[in-house]
Design a binder for this molecule. Structure first.
Ligand code: NAP
Length: 351
C-alpha cells in the first residue's frame, strides 16, 4: 500500500526512549507529528522533543492520552495516515504484572487499534512489538526450528509468573494481528526489536529498562564478571529507522525481527574496554554458571535458577534477513552502539 506522506502521523508514547528517535526522524523528514503522551505539560519528559522540532522542517503537536482510557487517542489520530504505536510499559521490577504490564500492553493495543477503525485516514499501523513476543529465554532460540528465531516463531514459554513483560508483549501483538485481520481499512506491521541500546535523546529522564542495563554495565555491578547471557542487541537509531521504513515502504508486510548482533553481557563490556576500560569498572571475564546458580537468586530476583539455566552460556540466534531484504536496513556496528550509549551516559553525568 502507498502511504500519503503529506498527511500527519501519530506516535503513541512519543517521549519514550525508542519513540523519541522516531519522532526526531519524522520531524527531520518534514512530517506533522501528533505526539501522544501522558504528560505533555512536563518539560522533563517532552523538552527534548520540542528541541528536536525547533531544528527540523516538520511540526510537532502534543496530545494527552493514556493507554487505559478508551478513545483517548481519537483526537490525536484525526487526519493521520500512519499510527506508530510504541507506548507499552518496559519495566521488569513489578509487583502486580497483570495491572502494571498486561493491562496497559493489551488493553492499550486494543484501544488504539479499535480507534483506528473509526478514523478513515489511517491506512497503516506500525506496532512496536518485541523479540519478547518471539522468545523468552535464549534456550528457545536453540529449540526453534533450524536452531534460530524467525518471524514464524511465537513465544510459548512466558507466563504471568515467568517473564511477565515478555508475556505482555506476546499477548499484545497477538491481539494486534487479531484486530488487523477483522478489517481492511489499514494494514499492520510489527517491529520486533531485541534489546535496544544506543544513546538516549533525554538520558537524564529516560525510564526505559535499557538505561538500567547500561548503568549496571558501567557502574560496577558486573566488575567481578558478567553473565554470558545470550541475547541480541540493536541500536535505538536503527530501530527508529526500521519503524520509518516499515511505514513508507509500500510492500512492507508482517513482523520484522530487528536485531543487529548476537551477543552477551561479557562481550558488551569487552567492546567498551579499549576506550573506557581504564576509567570504568567494566566486566573483563565471565561469571561461571555454577556460581550464578548459587548466588544469582539472592543477588537479583530476576536471576532465578530457571532463568540462569535457560540463558547463561546459551547462545541466542535469530534470522534478521527479512528486514534487511524487505526494508534495506543496514545496522550499526556493536562497537558504535556501545560507545555512543556509554558516552551519552557519561556526558549526562549518569556514569
Ligand atoms: P520507555 O522509554 O519506557 O517508553 C515507554 C513509553 O510507553 C513511554 O512513553 C511511557 O510513557 C509509555 N507508557 C507506559 N505506560 C503507559 C500508559 N499506561 N499510557 C500511556 N503511555 C504509557 O521504553 P522504550 O524502551 O522506549 O519502549 C518503547 C517500546 O519499545 C515498548 O513497546 C517496548 O516494549 C518496546 N521495546 C523496547 C525494547 C528495549 O530494549 N528498550 C526492546 C524491544 C521492544 P511515560 O513516559 O509517561 O511513562
Amino acid at each position: 500500500m502507498n502511504i500519503d506522506k503529506t498527511k500527519p502521523v501519530m506516535v503513541t508514547g512519543a517521549n519514550g526512549y525508542v519513540a523519541s528517535w522516531l519522532v526526531k526522524r519524522l520531524l527531520d523528514e518534514g512530517f506533522a507529528v501528533h505526539a501522544a503522551v501522558r504528560s505533555p505539560e512536563n518539560d522533563k519528559k517532552v523538552g527534548h522533543l520540542k528541541e528536536a522540532a525547533q531544528n527540523a522542517s516538520g511540526s510537532l503537536k502534543f496530545f494527552k492520552a493514556d493507554l487505559l482510557t478508551e478513545g483517548a487517542y481519537k483526537e490525536a489520530m484525526q487526519d493521520c495516515s500512519v499510527v506508530f504505536h510504541t507506548a507499552s510499559p518496559f519495566i521488569t521490577d513489578v509487583k502486580d504484572p497483570q495491572k502494571e504490564l498486561i493491562e496497559p500492553a493489551v488493553n492499550g493495543t486494543v484501544n488504539i487499534l479499535n480507534t483506528a477503525c473509526e478514523v478513515a485516514s489511517v491506512k497503516r499501523i506500525i506496532v512496536t512489538s518485541s523479540c519478547a513476543a518471539i522468545y523468552t529465554d535464549a534456550i528457545d532460540s536453540v529449540n526453534a526450528p533450524g536452531g534460530q528465531l524467525t518471524e514464524e516463531v511465537w513465544n510459548t514459554t512466558a507466563s504471568i509468573d515467568y517473564q511477565p513483560y515478555s508475556y505482555s508483549k506476546t499477548l499484545a501483538e497477538k491481539k494486534a494481528w487479531e484486530i488487523a485481520e477483522s478489517q481492511d481499512q489499514w494494514d499492520l506491521i510489527c517491529i520486533n526489536p531485541c534489546l535496544v541500546l544506543g544513546p538516549a535523546l533525554n538520558p537524564r529522564n529516560a525510564t526505559s529498562e535499557t538505561i538500567n542495563i547500561l548503568k549496571m554495565l558501567g557502574g560496577g555491578d558486573m566488575k567481578m564478571g558478567a553473565p554470558k547471557l545470550g541475547m541480541g542487541i540493536v541500536d535505538v537509531r536503527d530501530v527508529a529507522t526500521a519503524h520509518y521504513l516499515a511505514a513508507f515502504t509500500p510492500n512492507a508486510k508482517g513482523r520484522y525481527i530487528t536485531a543487529a548482533k548476537e551477543t552477551d553481557f561479557l562481550e558488551m563490556g569487552l567492546v567498551l574496554a579499549d576506550k573506557y576500560g581504564d576509567k570504568y569498572p567494566l566486566p573483563k571475564k565471565a561469571l561461571p554458571k555454577w556460581l550464578l546458580m548459587i548466588v544469582g537468586p539472592f543477588a537479583n530476583k530476576l536471576f532465578t535458577r530457571k532463568f540462569i539455566k535457560n540463558n547463561v552460556n546459551v547462545p541466542w540466534k535469530a534470522d534478521n534477513s527479512k528486514i534487511k531484504n524487505d526494508l534495506g536496513i543496514e545496522f550499526r556496528s556493536m562497537k558504535e552502539t556501545m560507545e555512543d550509549s556509554f558516552q551519552s551516559l557519561i556526558d549526562a553525568d549518569i556514569l
